[in-house]
Ligand binder design. Sequence first.
Ligand code: DOR
Length: 442
Amino acid sequence: MIEALIFKRVRAVDPHLALDATVDVVVERGRITRIGKNAAQNLPPSDRVRVIVGDGKWLLPGFIDLHAHVREPGYESKEDVASALRAAAAGGFVDICAMPNTRPVNDNKTITEFLMTKARTLNSTRLHPIGAITVGQQGERLTEMADLRDAGAVGLSDDGRCVTSSTVMRHALEYASMFDLPVIQHAEDHALTDGAQMHEGVVSTKLGLKGWPRVAEDIIVARDLLLVEYVGAKYHLAHASTEGSVKLLREAKARGLRVSAEVTPHHLLLTHEAVLGYNTACKVNPPLREERDVRALQQALADGTIDCIATDHAPHGALDKDCEFDRAAPGMIGLELCVPLLLDLVRTDVLSFGRFIEALTRAPAKVVNLPPPELRDGAEANFVLLDPQARWSIDPTRLWSKSSNTPFLGRTVQGRIDATVVGGRVVFESEGIDGDRASGTR
Ligand code: DOR
């Protein structure tokens, strides 16, 4: 049995602790017991100690994803708890939040408990269910929020659908605040997006596809922020996609409202031009927008107006995507690609390294009240070893998710997750990181 895990000569970076140094990190009994220069020097060699040499690699606090579609129960051919957690671990995530748009919808404690129990038995990345705001995500009757919270739900959302009724939203905010659960809104005025296939603009006109105007998001965000101000609740905006949302969030934060927001890798990297050629891999909800939205989102993430990066990991099978554009399901996978893709924004100085790490760790932890992973003596060992130099090509055979619906297939990225440690256990490792142990098999 391995009693100690040692990461030697890693560049440990934890912006919250103002840590950026080449150190050794020793893990025993699930915790970081020593961190510092030569911290591992006097440990006797033993077959109960596993040493991973990190020369040149980064050791970062483990990532937290607020927004993953795990698809179980009901759509296990696209993904299930086990495959989602494998993909999450391979992407460097130590905690993920599971959206409730399953079949049946996770609107009750039985499903929440089922997900928690199943995830626990897998000893991998931890799963935190998000319960529905309304029964069946129908937008009408509120769920039993206290039950959901007691069973382990960390937030509430009807994601995939918007809570359009102002009365229902008002009551959701009032009740959720009694349990300190964030209300996570999918902001879409469905009356304005009926039949819409992509962002409304010059590309939708060219392709003859019905458009999803920005204002359909902005209207809901503006209304919700007024309700938040009136009720005084904790509100989180899922997958912000417009320049207008950014402006509204900035104003709301300046007024001191308890609001937060997330942005996805695809909304930070792609525009509606990617849909040209009717590329169903780029069909997503909310849709890919325009250059000026992308710039506004990047800027907002950089300055903290948008708090978090979230994947909106939305696996779909080939049959859901290899079809006419208007019949294709919206969404793309993200857990394994999020960090390697977004490191480009750090390398090009769009985002500071510190903000990048915060947006994937401390900021999402705060939204759902999870303890933030930290690189310090005594902290639970939840971290990631990342090789910033390794280049690899995104190819379905390398992915752990059951689905491979992403427009980034074929792209070469720089930056590879080499190991993910949750509660002191290595839950993912890339091949040969210590040269003497094989990695798991697909
Ligand atoms: O593109 C999306 N896919 N957006 C959502 O809000 C839901 C998700 C899904 O469940 O496939």
